[in-house]
Design a protein around this ligand. Structure first.
Ligand SMILES: *Cc1c(COP(=O)(O)O)cnc(C)c1O
Length: 383
């Protein structure tokens, strides 16, 4: 990308000091012996994985989780220091690459766990055993204690530890709370059993964002794995949060007004003629569209943007590269003015936009397209 064109059309601004504030807030509510494993998968939820990991390294974070082998390799190629765990599946034939780049893989189930033992590799493969405590996505069943023990004994691999994943920590329904407690109990009993039988279980972890906020009373795991809250955003406005945590949104999305025009009463705007003016109106065209990750689902939903510190409404269908807004009540608007789609001031939160688009912020943020430039504020010098 051409850096001098960063603010030409549509871009993301990432405020790294907000990321730092979120890290500090999370550190305050977890046990002093628990560390943060920063989840930077999916291009750090749209914030740019390399820059985010670089900054986190500078403020002392040394553990990262990604979803894919390629994400892990990319972090290593960009000099990320510390442990990098791949949460997803790595094919048997690619294990060599995981070893070469010093990445930790996940033994995602029993069948896979057996297969990784038979690969000739130059160094010992570092492996976490994923434990299925009820999510039923990945993992070795929590009750397969003998199998889990046998994995710890294998000479061919280096078992770093075990981890599991909660599936309903963001709800305050009694049943949800009971299920999360059950998942945790399954994990704790497994750990206890192994320890009683003389096993060194290594690192253990379980909590992602809402596990940290809602299930941190007596859990003293080695790590927590925050994703969405690291970026200062809740998954939705409705999530249950027992522990209040002030989150600072890290990302803003901006674009430019390219054209301003007046339309007469009864004239329509955009594809499908879905918006019709009730009166003479002033409308503006903005240089961002669904190909940039601004959901088309927001068409004719009353979505707001900010221009000259005032709200304006998105009208008509959102196009691939552009959208139109009603600026009738905003004086002195002109081509070149900056439009804020997520950010401030006043404020438009990722939670509001995601909710209007019928999704969660995790999806909204990670789909912000590769066509958007990223501008980083408050980078730190090497310390
Ligand atoms: C994505 C993911 C996380 C982070 O989840 P958030 O809800 O964004 O905090 C943690 N652990 C695993 C296994 C994940 O897949």
């Amino acid at each position: 990308m051409h850096n001098n064109l960063a603010k030409e059309r549509a871009w993301i601004e990432v405020n790294l000091s907000k990321l730092e504030e979120n890290v500090r807030s999370i550190q305050k509510i977890i046990s002093p012996s628990t560390k943060i494993m920063a989840v930077v998968k999916a291009d750090a939820y749209g914030h740019g994985m390399i820059e985010i990991a670089k900054h986190l390294n500078k403020i002392g974070i040394e553990d990262f989780a990604v979803a894919t082998l390629e994400e892990g390799i990319s972090l290593r190629e960009n000099h990320t220091k510390g442990n990098i765990l791949i949460l997803g599946h790595v094919s048997i034939q690619s294990l060599r690459l995981a070893v070469e780049h010093d990445l930790i893989i996940t033994a995602i189930d029993q069948e896979y766990a057996k297969r990784i033992l038979h690969m000739p590799l130059k160094k010992k493969l570092r492996v976490y055993l994923k434990i299925n405590t009820g999510m039923n996505r990945l993992g070795i069943p929590y009750h397969e204690i003998d199998f889990i023990k046998s994995m710890y004994k294998k000479q061919e691999i280096d078992v770093v530890g075990m981890y599991s994943h909660f599936c309903i920590t963001d709800s305050k329904q009694e049943e949800a709370i009971a299920f999360s407690n059950l998942q945790n109990k399954r994990m704790e009993q497994l750990i206890k059993k192994l320890k009683e039988d003389g096993y060194n279980v290594g690192k253990v972890h379980m909590q992602s964002s809402y596990g940290i906020l809602n299930y941190n009373d007596n859990y003293e795991y080695s790590y927590v794995r925050p994703g969405i809250i690291l970026y200062g955003v809740d998954s939705t406005k409705e999530v249950y949060k027992k522990t209040s945590l002030t989150l600072h949104p890290v990302l803003s999305v901006k674009a430019r007004i390219t054209s301003v025009k007046e339309i007469k009463e009864e004239e329509t705007v955009g594809y499908g003629r879905t918006y019709k003016a009730n009166q003479k109106e002033k409308i503006a065209t903005v240089s961002i569209g669904y190909a940039d990750g601004y959901p088309r689902e927001l068409s004719n939903k009353g979505a707001k943007v900010i221009v000259n510190n005032q709200y304006a409404e998105v009208i008509g269908r959102i196009c691939m590269d552009q959208l139109m807004i009603n600026v009738t009540n905003i004086p002195e608007i002109k081509a070149g003015d900056i439009v804020t789609l997520i950010g401030n001031t006043p404020e438009i939160t990722a939670e509001e936009v995601a909710s209007l688009a019928g999704t969660i912020t995790n999806e909204l943020l990670c789909r912000l397209g590769s066509r958007l430039h990223k501008i980083y504020h408050n980078k730190r010098e090497e310390i």
